[in-house]
Structures are given as C-alpha cells and as structure tokens.
Ligand binder design. Structure first.
Ligand code: CP
Length: 365
C-alpha cells in the first residue's frame, strides 16, 4: 500500500544495571520490593499472598458480587474509581484474563486502553518494550500485562518502581512461569465450592495434564502453603511431570503431594479435579508434539466415579481434556470459575487503589 511503512527495525535492547542480579534472587527475597506501606503494590508472584490476604480478597469479591446485583450497587461501584485509568498490555493471546480484567475495570468505573498487538505500536519501529511501558505509565494509573516472557511483568514493575511515576503492575500471565490472578480466582472458586464443608483446609486436589508448562498449576501450587492439610495429586504423563522447583517448594512447606500417571484411580479419592490442557505454545516443535492423551481426559463416564461433592475445574481454554457432556453436571464449575475471575479481579483492583473499605461500608450501611 502506498505510504505504508516498510522498513521496520529490530527491537532496541536496553541494559538496565542491577536487573540481572535482582531477577536471579529468590522470590522470598524480592517480595518486599513489590509492596508499599505494608500493602501489596504490584501483583507479580503467587508467593506474595498470605492466608489473611486470601481470606480478605475472597470476602471482598463476595461483597462486590453482591453489590453488583443491584442498579444502585453497580452505580456506587462505578463511582469508586471513575477518576482512574488502566492499560491492558496483552501481547500474548488471551480471552478470559483480558475480558475479565476489562470488565473488572468497567465495574469500578476505570477507563481502559489496550495494546494487544505490537505491530500496531511503536515497538514496530524498534522502541524497546521497557520504553513502551514507561510511555503507558505516563498516561495511566495501572498496567496489567500478559506476556510470553517469564520475567517481563516483574521487570516492568522493577523499572517503574525506580522511576518518577511508579504505577502498579499486575501480572496477567507470564509465559510458562506464573499466573497469580488465576491462582486467586481458583482459590476463590475452591473456597466457595467447599464453603458448606469447611473450606479448602484438609482437602485433596488432583491437578491433571501438562503440569510441566502449565503456569496456572504452578501459581496455584504456591498458594497451598496457606491452607492446612491439603494433599495434591499431581497426575500427568511422564513427559509433563511437574518441575523440580515446585516439588522443592511443596517439600519445604510440608505440603503433601503424590505424583501419579493413574488418572482413573485418582478420581474417587479427591475433592477437586483441576484439569489443564497440553501447553503446545511452549513446545520447541509444536507440530511434532502430541496433544492427545485420552487416558487423562475427563469423560462423561467418569462422573459416576467421583465423590458427590467433588468439583471439576479448568482454567480454560480447553481442548479435548473435558468432554462437553460433562458441562451439564453441577459439579463442573469451570464456567462459574471464569466468571469468578471477574469478581476476584475487580476485588484486586479495588484493593490496589485502597477503596475496599468503602465497599464493605456500603454493604453494612
Ligand atoms: N485462563 C486463562 O488465562 O485464559 P486466557 O488465556 O483466555 O486468558
């Protein structure tokens, strides 16, 4: 096309002194850097959440859900952050994290802008990703990131926290590494599902599928240290077994876990089954890698084998690992789980901007 830019540049690579040393540290050593005045400021790792925070954010999600049911409640929620703006920088594909954050912003009245494709931003001219993010920070009060690289959200928060305009950063999924807000909504779903039987403490949870590259399983595993007597059944084909770092974490925190490739035997033993898909986007040769492991699929016939209170979860998207007939069973909670994500992410944004007390006050008035 006439006038269209044809000479694009390679991305500019900038050297940030101190970043490599910071990135190499243990997460426990880094957590304080992402907090301010004894509150979480950036949301980067699951390990930032303790039990008090988890219980608090679940209670806040319930309050927002309740308020949003009425016209006057929705109006009050919308006024809370009508003076704020958020940026969704989602350059790795996403449906529900993007939409649930977008709608969470709408619920609280934030104005939102987004970039989902770097070919439409000045990155195509070679601008570095760090300079792009600094630019977003010039215009908005919150940046939410989905990125293919494991440390990208962390680096963004690290750079901005040393700048003259530090705005909070939320990690909406960082490569095969972490997805902390997914872990929050998973906890919220588990706690709601087990509210009538004592909550998540003491429960047995099967995590099934690609445990090696599934970031949702990694982030959820970290949160188990906050609950008493939880047992994890890690169910996967040999090649997709969970990585050693997670096993080291589970051992360190004395969280019981059992590794197995026997999906069928595990079904009657557990209170929740967390299905995941094979993460082919991280394969070195995706076309050569099979995504068909039917012995790890949840089929309609399995519904008679699980306990009456057992819930079937999935972070979604799914491929073939749960038959669609299973959707009709009330124990299949994955559609509820994704909607819970909107309430949980609304609660998280309300917390970040410190308006949660106003929400509790409206409900008790
Ligand atoms: N669960 C999840 O992160 O889904 P999306 O990739 O669609 O956001």
């Amino acid at each position: 096309m006439e006038g269209q830019m044809t000479h694009f540049s390679e991305p500019t690579v900038q050297n940030y002194a101190g970043w490599d040393e910071f990135y190499a540290k243990d997460v426990d050593e880094k957590i304080d850097f992402f907090s301010k005045e004894n509150r979480l400021f950036d949301i980067i790792f699951s390990q930032q959440f303790d039990r008090n925070f988890l219980d608090y954010i679940c209670r806040l999600s319930n309050s927002i859900r309740l308020l949003a049911k009425t016209k006057s409640g929705s109006r009050k929620l919308r006024r809370l952050l009508a003076h704020k703006r958020a940026m969704l920088y989602f350059v790795q594909p996403s449906t529900r994290t993007f939409l649930s954050f977008l709608n969470a912003c709408h619920i609280l009245g934030l104005k939102v802008s987004d970039i989902r494709d770097t070919s439409t931003s000045s990155e195509i001219k070679g601008e570095s990703q760090e300079d792009s993010i600094r630019t977003f920070a010039s215009y908005v009060d919150l940046i939410i990131i989905r990125h293919l690289e494991a440390g990208f959200s962390e680096k963004t928060a690290w750079v901005l926290n040393q700048s003259e305009r530090p705005v909070p950063v939320i990690n909406g999924g960082s490569g095969p590494d972490q997805h902390p807000t997914q872990a929050l909504l998973d906890i919220y779903t588990l706690e709601r599902s087990f509210a009538h039987i004592g909550g998540l403490d003491g429960k047995k949870i099967a995590m099934v599928g690609d445990l090696k590259r599934g970031r949702t399983v990694r982030s959820l595993s970290y949160l188990m240290k906050n609950y008493k007597d939880v047992t994890l059944y890690l169910v996967s084909p040999e090649i997709f077994k969970i990585k050693e770092d997670i096993k080291t974490f589970l051992n360190k925190h004395e969280i019981q876990f059992i590794e197995t490739d026997d999906f069928r035997q595990t079904l009657p033993l557990v209170d929740a089954i967390y299905m995941t898909r094979i993460q082919k986007e991280y394969a070195e040769d995706a076309t050569a890698e099979a995504d068909d492991y039917p012995e790890f699929f949840f089929k309609q016939e399995h519904l008679t084998e699980i306990q009456p209170h057992c819930v079937i979860m999935h972070p979604l998207p799914r491929r073939y690992e749960i038959e669609v007939e299973v959707d009709k069973d009330p124990r299949a909670v994955y559609w509820r789980q994704e909607r819970n994500g909107m309430w949980m992410r609304t609660a998280l944004i309300a917390y970040i901007f410190g308006v949660e007390k106003k929400i509790f006050k409206v409900l008790t008035a």
